[in-house]
Ligand binder design. Sequence first.
Ligand code: BGC
Length: 761
Amino acid sequence: MTMKRFDLLTLIIVVFSACGRTSHETEMDKYISKLMSQMTIEEKIGQLNLITPGGGIPTGAAVSTDVETKIKEGNVGGIFGITGPEKIRQAQQLAVEHSRLKIPLLFGSDIIHGYKTIFPIPLGLSCSWDMELIEKTARTAAEEATADGLNWNFSPMVDISRDPRWGRVAEGAGEDPYLGSEIAKAMVRGYQGNDLTSNNTLMATVKHFALYGASEAGRDYNTVDMSRLRMYNVYLPPFRAAIDAGVGCVMTSFNDVDGIPASGNKWLLTDLLRNNWKFDGFVVSDYTSVNEMVDHGLGDLQAVSALALKAGLDMDMVGEGFLTTLKKSLEEGKLSLNDINRACRRILEAKYKLGLFSDPYRYIDESRPEKTILTAQTREIARDAAARSFVLLKNDKNLLPLKKDRNIALIGPLANNKNNMLGTWAVSGDPQLSITVLEGLKNATGNNSNIHYAKGANISDDPEFAQKVNVFGTRIDIDERTPQAMINEALMLAKRSDVVVAVIGEASEMSGESSSRSSISLPDSQKKLIRALANTKKPLILVLMTGRPLALEEEIQLADAILLTWHPGIEAGNAIADVLFGKYNPSGKLTMTFPRNVGQVPIYYNHRTTGRPNSGDEFQKFRSNYLDVPNSPQFSFGYGLSYTTFAYSNIMLSKNYMNSNEKITASIKLTNTGKVDGEEVVQLYIYDKIRSITQPVKELKGFQKIFLKAGESKDVHFTIGINELAFYHHDMSFKAEAGEFVIYIGTNSDETISDVITLTE
Ligand code: BGC
């Protein structure tokens, strides 16, 4: 009897949750139920279809055709790749004036690091460790994009990556799950604000779910295989953070997860995302990733489309497997009406949450773009964001900052180059509006400036390589002169000058999607230029633009100073001038380890312990190391110099023991011991001395960016509670184990001071 009642109860719960509803019907539920009761199967499937008319940049082979007819027939749920109030109004009119049920469309886009005001690439922004700034860049992007009629963004990209061969590291926040989670939250807050219905907020999409950053061999779209422990402890936390911050949408990844492609992976999309994490938005595929399951060998288009829907995917990007096969699968009993209803409801809910049912034109106001997009204020934010994302890697004899009256030889293929300042994934930005380094230095020094420019080298001399990189326009422009003639010109200039500033690195499309590299060194053309410049014995400053960590062993020896600027965005030149001349004191810290050579990859600070660690960098037989390179990286996670110096006191602990309900405060006194004001990112790492599973040698658990005037001191406090000590176990529970923990506080993951605390039973 009891058993039967239990069964009935289970049935009721199952029925309710299958319909995606709770027993407390909200206004939204009622509205959508009523609407769905009028929808045909075709119209419901239509909502699951995301198309692109091809006005933007298609990242796969396909673009959608017959857009107008499809919208009128109710075969489209959303569009991406069109922008501007006029075009978006036209498309929305087709939906709300010409389709039977007048259901408004979603308008999406990839606004990855700014809309038209392009900020530094995300990897660069992450090096600011400045959550307020990152949120502000996302807020500015949302203001601009919504002014242009958009309401949905395919960002933040939160893929953890430890492999700089993978070009898409440029789009994310680097290698650390804790920092990555903080950044994910800041970006969701920035895009979505507090009210999704307001006309200046965008629905955000956290992507690519999941594990995309672990593509084998750093080759894009490649397979992934990893333990659940690593997933939970390293790769999944930023997704969880975005979901807890209320992100509206999740995008699946191209790779497989445990043998099943993410877009058809029920464990990932339903068990974990819905049942465990309680995500209540909708899931969109990546570009044709449903269709790609055919190539993964999971069946024909009909089979993989049904698999994806049943796994928990709600919207199909571009591939139209849903549109063309789901009805057939329903008729053949390969999926249920409930599967279609569930996905359709989630799309309609997103539209409801955006306020599109009460006003489908709420984001469309022809007067907004001019007032909102690319203003003096947004450019100012971009300039500030860029300066704050730069990392000073080397500065011998305080060569930097430079005095403005120095005679500067400004040399290099990226020194007077507009095409590469924005970086990858800046689809709505106009490279021609960016400030070159030459312009920036001239702006800063006025008309009498002693700045003279020579290109010195091509980004690469290889025409075949250039052709592959130049798919979106000229990024590598091979000069008519011979490489030697260019070097000769640069050398003449260098010899006449007090100091050489060489702006070198990667073209913007040498990183990003489908831009994996097996060598992460500078191209030969630039290596030769740097050698020649170093031979002049003039002080040599490298301004390094890149979308990924590079192997720079030789260049580090040859240069006196290196300023890493990533791809800095639209205000590149002005921001670089601000830092080179000391108007802004650099404060960025690396969020991805720089290896010595590509053979060390994957290399990351929070690697697990081995049974045979080697102590230091000396080779030790039968220990875990290499014959030909030390284990240590070139530059560690968290590393970055300043024009001033900071001193750390010893750690002060509020107590040495805590139980699981208590907290300990760990503090240090930080002093600016140099002559100029500056900011320091104080970092807290923890190591669990004894654990039931192997563990990272240390893990970031807190950070604070502190501004100090020259000579000033400040106490910096970190609170350590059970969450900072806990980790995921084999049974996926998140808990801490009693024992001793080493607390490290310092200026980067390598240079720290430490103390020990104990968690009691
Ligand atoms: C990328 C996504 C992007 C989508 C739409 C795909 O190729 O992987 O990050 O959002 O295209 O442009």
